[in-house]
Design a protein around this ligand. Sequence first.
Ligand code: NAP
Ligand code: F7E
Length: 353
Amino acid sequence: MAKRALITGVTGQDGSYLSELLLSKGYEVHGIVRRASLFNTDRIDHIYHDPHVAGAKLQLHYGDLTDASALRTILEKVEPDEIYNLGAQSHVKVSFDVPEYTGEAVGMGTLRLLEAMRGYIGRTGKGVRFYQAGSSEMFGAAKPPQSEATPFYPRSPYAVAKVAAHWYGVNYREAYGYFISNGILFNHESPRRGETFVTRKITRAVGRIKSGLQEKLYLGNLDAKRDWGFAGDYVEAMWLMLQQEKPDDYVVATGEAHSVKEFVELAFDYAGLDWQKYVELDPRYLRPTEVDYLLGDPSKSRNALNWQPKTSFKGLVTMMVEHDLELARGEAAMHEAGFSATSRGNASQRLSG
Ligand code: NAP
Ligand code: F7E
């Protein structure tokens, strides 16, 4: 019998890579999708098949982490072996604008899902394994390098909610003996990264500037340092955590940090552009409380999970810039053919990110 996985946040960056990974391992994958007035399944359309066709291995269900009864219904219907809780309002700056909603989706949402799992296990006696998508943002102002032993010091409503979700996971593990593992993942990026996160905002701008579609890139704090890896590598660590004998908590990182400025330089250089001519500061993108320096110590996941990142910092920047140069060339061609090319492309500069 194929294993069955349930993923919240299946339409997100990580949800799409994780679905690909699990499908490649023969899993039946079920994803929870929020109803939206426009289609929001772009990142998984390439692996989704018409459910009327026999053997479709990816199935989608409408639901929301703010809706406990829908979560319970989905669990009863899907009967998963593994649950990956990736759903979140995941933008740190936006969490200052919508703190209550962020707490609802990220903190209380995790609790609702755990309660749905508790009800399901209570009724069926079935073993279910649970992955919680924790974040390096939980370390916030803690001194680098950060490991599983580093005390949390969250610096945003998002990070506070992730700390709550982390401890709900630990509590349900200790109270009920459930298999719940918390991943503490440092920043991971890809060509599928949302366009208001800094890496993708930069690589989109490089592509669009190179193609003559954009003149300036407005950014906030260039001095912040992050430990950036490739999302495709990181979802493998999530899966590995649920294949261990015992549940545990793991930091997943590269062990190397770079500043936003370094990312900017490398990305613009790759396209043969001088970043100083294009990048300007816009205080709108500064945060009320910043996280200055995140650098993970991935020793535990390397030793216990035998996991290592395969993609270097330079490889990641190159992958994203190449993708976005190509994307912008397509936009420019559409523009020349008379279609508007600016409405989506500049979105990251109009919104909070
Ligand atoms: P993402 O691209 O922003 O995707 C978030 C997903 O959550 C989307 O599918 C989104 O649906 C869904 N979602 C949002 N609100 C929801 C709600 N109320 N109920 C159900 N689903 C909801 O995030 P990501 O980068 O893939 O990250 C995956 C998870 O890892 C998140 O929990 C994030 O906080 C965490 N994390 C990310 C990183 C990173 O560097 N990427 C690092 C550490 C932890 P829509 O598509 O409809 O918006
Ligand atoms: O910011 C600085 C900003 O929004 C990175 C999420 O996936 O990773 C992500 O959170 C840094 C910050 O990611 C702009 O101030 C400068 O210091 O790309 P970001 P994040 O806040 O680190 C963690 C691990 C998660 O868990 C989150 O879900 O870049 N920065 N100028 C900017 N950031 C943005 N977004 N936009 C700017 O214009």
